[in-house]
Design a protein around this ligand. Structure first.
Ligand code: MN
Length: 245
């Protein structure tokens, strides 16, 4: 049984990459990982490759410090430290998405907070912190390229589902891979709706109670699987889907 669990996780990371690309959450940049199903001190992430092009053979196993396990010498993502630092800080997190989706970017650089305003985005959480790399690292190229920066970002995320990264993008932490993908897909949707509404005038956001009512959905809820299956087929990788057990 054991190898099948790992094989499924590897296939799921490929699916997750293709979904994020197909739904326009990532382009050449951005990435998604899942915690290793058999070893919580490791995670699975593609080598440095555009998510739309990621295949099974591109997935590399990393330890939480961002070192490849097994001596894979192919170029890794420069920002892989985002993933390990969040897994290290958050035992509840099983999957991490990092993206630069354009619709979200205005909220990383303005004083207007990003809030969940539509029900499908309720699980991004009531409080969405903005992390600024400049606070502790001064002028950089804004990339998270070492564990110190990754851990600082993880502190900025705290116990939340999403953190914005000033002038850069966002990071989403899910209790499962389908949940992380769902957050990733609905982040830009919610941002676009909020931007449009702000042009019209005053905005009503979801209440904390409304957010909690929806966020209590279990990560393995059938509704979660429904979206995962739909997005996977749309992205052309229905053949990689495992039968739901
Ligand atoms: Mn980035």
């Amino acid at each position: 049984m054991t190898p099948n669990v790992l094989e499924k996780a590897l296939r799921d990371v490929v699916i997750a990459n293709r979904i994020l690309a197909h739904e326009g959450v990532v382009d050449a940049y951005g990435h998604v990982s899942v915690r290793h199903p058999l070893d919580p001190t490791r995670y699975l992430l593609s080598r440095s490759r555009a998510p739309e092009l990621v295949e099974r053979g591109d997935i590399v196993e990393f330890d939480l410090e961002g070192k490849s396990v097994g001596g894979d010498t192919r170029a890794p993502y420069l920002e892989r430290f985002i993933h390990g630092a969040i897994y290290e800080a958050r035992p509840d997190v099983q999957a991490v998405v990092h993206a630069h989706a354009e619709a979200v970017l205005p909220f990383t650089i303005s004083a207007t907070p990003l809030r969940p305003v539509v029900h499908m985005a309720s699980f991004i959480g009531a409080r969405i912190p903005v992390w600024d790399i400049r606070d502790n690292f001064g002028d950089t190229n804004l990339l998270v390229v070492n564990m110190a920066q990754g851990r600082d970002l993880a502190r900025g995320l705290g116990g939340e589902r999403v953190a914005l990264m000033r002038g850069h993008g966002f990071v989403a932490a899910g209790r499962s891979l389908p949940e992380a993908i769902r957050i990733g897909v609905y982040m830009p949707v919610n941002a676009r709706v909020l931007l449009d509404a702000l042009r019209l005038g005053e905005v009503t956001a979801l209440s904390r109670g409304e957010i909690e009512a929806h966020a209590s959905m279990k990560p393995d809820d059938p509704a979660m699987w429904r979206a995962w299956e739909y997005w996977a087929v749309r992205a052309g990788c229905g053949d990689l889907l495992s039968a739901r057990t």
